[in-house]
Write a protein that binds this ligand. Structure first.
Ligand code: KG4
Length: 336
């Protein structure tokens, strides 16, 4: 039967329908960007209030399109994420399940991201692509992991401080750019000189499997303190963005290369909002070619937070869904 996916772990209110025929037949996202933009980041209290407003119209759309008239299961993100935002999605899912006597399950948001690259090749036997090397890069997480038999996930490397997306957003804020910072920095960096400004690359080239981005952000702050002339700043901004973007992307690609050198993977993938970054995508394409590893790239709309990946994960990763969703869990790990 159809699966109605619900995602509200942060600032996007999303619903999707995954059909029996193994495809996403409906998906809607209500973005809260306009609300959070002026604060330079997501304000949890405002995000929760906006979810309350946004779920009602999405419910009517599901109804209008007839998706509530036939039997369905409900799959909801139950963690990790912002506690109040998660709890609203879980409450919405419970309401649907109770009203329509539908089964309901909880999906780990990170596992949703981890399997999203497979949406681009489904329906196939996903196990044939294991062991799979995955890079999850979002506003809250930077995790290199592998998926192997039984859909089990092993973490290979994680950030010890800021996530990659957080480093993009905080860097953009220092540069006076809008939130979310990743796309803003990427836009300005396009065609600009990359090596002009020197930024640190933590754990680069070493076999120490960790990421760290807080030093990068601090070094940007010190560098900006030395540029006191507004005209110089305006002239150099594109090169600063390009150099900063490279310093963020290169350590990510470096650790993927180290992992590929250690083991043969049947496929690799990338997911999370930062995976929309073209420099990152292109470098991973090069790496996949050089290592003769199949690269799975989710559609741009399925890289960011979305409900399609939640419905999809509920279908393929059934063993790891949680049947009894009486609560949400803001601190879940990708392995759970
Ligand atoms: O997965 P996601 O939509 O949600 C959260 O983690 O909440 O990721 C959002 C993050 C933000 O930090 C944003 O700046 C970053 O993804 N992002 C990008 C790009 N598009 C979104 N970073 C770099 N380049 C992009 N094109």
């Amino acid at each position: 039967m159809n699966i109605i996916g619900i995602e509200s772990s942060c600032d996007d209110t999303c619903v999707a329908v995954f059909a029996k025929k193994s495809e996403i037949i409906f998906e809607r996202k209500v973005s809260q960007l306009a609300i959070h933009k002026r604060f330079g980041g997501v304000v949890p209290e405002l995000a929760a209030r906006a979810h309350v407003d946004n779920f009602a119209p999405l419910l009517y759309e599901l109804k209008k399109n007839g998706y509530l008239d036939e039997a369905f299961r409900v799959a909801v993100t139950y963690g990790p994420g912002l506690a109040a935002s998660l709890s609203l999605g879980v409450a919405f899912a419970h309401t649907l399940a109770a009203m329509f006597r539908a089964d309901m399950c909880g999906v780990n948001h990170l596992r949703g991201h981890a399997f999203s690259p497979f949406m681009s090749i489904f329906p196939v036997r996903i196990e044939d692509f294991f062991p799979h090397l995955g890079l999850l890069v979002s506003g809250g997480n930077t995790i290199l992991f592998e998926i192997h038999d039984g859909f089990e996930i092993n973490v290979i490397a994680e950030t010890v401080d800021d996530a990659a997306g957080e480093a993009f957003d905080k860097g953009a804020k220092l540069l006076g750019l809008m939130y979310p910072g990743g796309p803003e920095i990427e836009k300005l960096a396009k065609d600009a000189e990359r090596g002009r400004f020197k930024f640190p690359r933590a754990f680069f080239g070493k076999n120490e499997m960790k990421f760290s981005f807080s030093g990068l952000k601090t070094s940007l702050r010190y560098m900006l303190e030395n540029i006191t002339d507004d005209d110089v700043f305006a002239k150099e901004l594109p090169s600063i963005c390009a150099s900063y973007e490279s310093a963020l992307v290169e350590p990510l690609v470096n650790k993927v290369a180290v992992a590929l050198a250690c083991k043969k993977y049947n496929s690799m993938g990338v997911s999370g909002g930062v995976s929309n970054n073209l420099l990152l995508r292109n470098k991973l394409i090069e790496l996949a070619r050089a290592s003769e590893t199949m690269l799975l790239l989710p559609k741009l709309k399925h890289s960011e937070d979305n409900a399609a990946m939640i419905a999809f994960a509920a279908h393929i990763d059934r063993a790891h869904t949680v049947a009894d969703v009486r609560n949400f869990d803001a601190s879940l790990k990708i392995c759970n």
